[in-house]
Design a protein around this ligand. Structure first.
Ligand code: FMN
Length: 85
């Protein structure tokens, strides 16, 4: 599938299988995020992967209690750094 077709047919997912994510898939996603462009190449972000079920459950509160978050087999949390000039 070409890039335009991927963009045209993508949608938000709010229901997840419990299948574990293979490590090489996770690495590819993290690598795609790592090489994303940023102003002055500051890369003002940090990514945290959470696999622990208990921790995932407690993070639901920080996601405005959207319960579907707790069904995900893992979370990849992107945090932006507040860059002061
Ligand atoms: C910055 C951003 C934040 C979003 N936050 C939520 C969210 O907290 N909960 C949720 O269910 N969807 C969230 N969405 C998904 C949007 O609701 C969704 O993109 C929109 O309804 C269009 O549907 P689609 O993504 O399936 O095309 C968010 C989307 C963006 C871009």
């Amino acid at each position: 599938m070409g890039l335009y077709e991927v963009m045209r047919t993508r949608r938000s997912i709010r229901s997840f299988k419990s299948d574990p994510i293979p490590d090489n898939t996770l690495r590819r996603v993290l690598e795609a995020a790592r090489i994303a462009p940023s102003g002055s190449n500051r890369q003002p972000w940090r990514f945290t992967v959470v696999k622990n079920r208990g921790l995932i459950g407690s993070i639901v509160n920080a996601c405005e209690r959207q319960g579907f978050v707790s069904e995900a087999p893992m979370l990849m949390i992107a945090c932006g750094q507040d860059m002061k000039y």
